[in-house]
Design a protein. Structure first.
Length: 222
């Protein structure tokens, strides 16, 4: 993890202490998210801020700040005077997250399928293409980001900012590794991205029945 983490943390430009500190914190946060998704930080294990700071070549402060953000995102828990434990989640918890996401997103997508014109859906082709490219690369962190971006682009057509914030949080929580669930392979990512492409084609064509079948299958599969 040390070498990979160092490679993801370029030295910030010295354009002011606050800017540099914010830059380092965001770089550490991105690196930690990637390490979590790729299994470099193991569920159930405890990691200290200073030890991770040494791995990343930074002070413990930006690591602690990044870990506090990850705690808000449901990836870790803070242990006073000990560090941070990567949360162990079960398949049941994943299923519960998928159920809640489906309750929120499926009705909205069906409503949008009936009301949004084809040209608006056409504008989402680049977002769908990015998910395909990320899936083909097999990079879990890139795919997780592209996956959220596609769902966010679809739901943004609702004009409901609160919905976007809630579903974004749920989606990110659903992406963290869980106990008993194998690490996603490239083939899994490619299949998931193909569902995005098929959904978009159905939305463009106005095939509401197909849209409903696809979105329900998408969440069931998740």
């Amino acid at each position: 993890m040390h070498d990979a983490a160092q490679a993801r943390l370029p030295r910030p430009r010295q354009s002011g202490r606050k800017v540099a500190r914010h830059f380092v914190r965001e770089q550490v946060l991105d690196a930690l998210r990637t390490a979590l998704l790729e299994g470099e930080l193991v569920p159930g294990e405890i990691y200290s801020g200073p030890a991770l700071g040494e791995r990343f070549g930074v002070s413990a402060t930006p690591v602690r700040e990044a870990m506090q953000q990850l705690a808000l995102e449901g990836a870790v828990e803070c242990l006073p005077n000990r560090g941070f434990r990567v949360l162990v989640r079960t398949p049941r918890e994943l299923a519960e997250l998928a159920e809640v996401r489906a309750m929120l997103e499926v009705p909205v997508m069906l409503r949008l399928a009936r009301t949004v014109p084809p040209e608006a859906w056409e504008s989402l082709r680049p977002a769908a293409a990015v998910t395909g490219e990320a899936a083909a690369s097999g990079d879990l962190a890139d795919y997780a980001e592209a996956d959220r971006a596609f769902h966010r682009a679809v739901l943004s057509l609702s004009g409901n900012g609160q919905l976007l914030r809630v579903t974004e949080d749920l989606h990110r929580r659903a992406q963290w590794p869980s106990a008993g669930v194998p690490r996603r392979r490239r083939a899994d990512l490619v299949a998931d991205a193909a569902e995005h492409a098929a959904l978009l084609e159905a939305l463009i064509a106005g095939e509401v029945g197909t849209v409903e079948a696809l979105v329900r299958e998408h969440f069931t599969g998740a």
